[in-house]
Design a protein around this ligand. Structure first.
Ligand code: MG
Ligand code: MG
Length: 257
């Protein structure tokens, strides 16, 4: 099993650069949440994201990554992750929209995702969004020096299970910072091995992907879009965090500068 083969500890100089790329990612993410409206196509959203990324001075960390054709990932409703902007996909009032963004700048990269809707959402949708966000925050709370990767996984899983949500297993969180995906993996479920011990300087993207229905997923014929097999709604929240001597620093939290 390739899980937990390795991990990366970043130098203080690298961490400074990573902080900047992460805050650029935050800017784009939070502007998009304000600007995305029903009636827009997902390609319009992707183009807008490209403009916002350029305005930060950075570039997309996703574009051309393993051949990915978009600036960001845009996944609606039953799409879990890796959705590609399309002129034929129009956001509807009742949709939930997940955007996953990574801005690259000065040889560092950010990674953050958020799922949101418009107006008053059905109770089940609100429950999914709340639980997924809380699962992320529970995982972050467990990301302290001396704990192991599995402690993060356990905290995420416990919160997801409390709402009987399907935990996507095929895709996991990961190390991040200089490259978009660095070791170790950060699963959203408890694994047989505990993984590396958390040490200051590790930067981890924690990203629960939770479904209202079963955890089973399938891939579209575009080779990218992942959706739930049963058509149930899926939510995705992601923060990148730095392990410190004290509480984890959420690098993708908006800073008041
Ligand atoms: Mg991401
Ligand atoms: Mg990620």
């Amino acid at each position: 099993m390739a899980l937990f083969r390795d991990y990366v500890v970043h130098t203080p100089e690298e961490i400074e650069r990573i902080r900047v790329a992460m805050q650029m990612t935050v800017q784009v993410r939070d502007q998009l949440v304000e600007l995305v409206r029903p009636g827009m196509s997902t390609l319009q959203i992707d183009t807008l994201a490209g403009d916002l990324i350029r305005a930060t001075g950075g570039t997309s960390g996703f574009l051309n990554y393993h051949g990915f054709p978009g600036n960001i990932c845009i996944s609606l409703n039953d799409e879990v992750v890796h959705g590609i902007g399309s002129p034929h996909r129009i956001v509807q009032e009742c949709d939930i929209v997940s955007v996953d963004i990574g801005v690259m700048y000065n040889n560092a990269v950010g990674d953050s995702a958020i799922t949101f809707g418009f107006g008053e959402l059905p109770a089940e949708t609100k429950r999914l969004l709340k639980a997924t966000q809380e699962a992320l925050m529970a995982g972050i709370a467990a990301a302290v020096k001396g704990n192991y990767i599995r402690d993060i996984s356990r905290a995420v899983e416990k919160r997801a299970m409390a709402d009987h949500l399907g935990i996507v297993r095929e895709m996991v969180g990961h190390g991040v910072g200089i490259r978009l995906h660095e070791p170790p993996d950060v699963p959203n479920y408890v694994t047989p091995v505990r993984g590396p011990k958390l040490v200051p300087g590790m930067v981890l993207a924690i990203e629960p992907m939770l479904n209202l229905g079963s955890n089973r997923i399938k891939q579209d014929s575009d080779g990218w879009t992942i959706r739930t097999k049963d058509g149930s709604l899926s939510a995705h929240f992601e923060h990148s965090i730095l392990i410190t001597d004290n509480k984890p620093e959420i690098l993708t939290w908006p800073k008041t500068m």
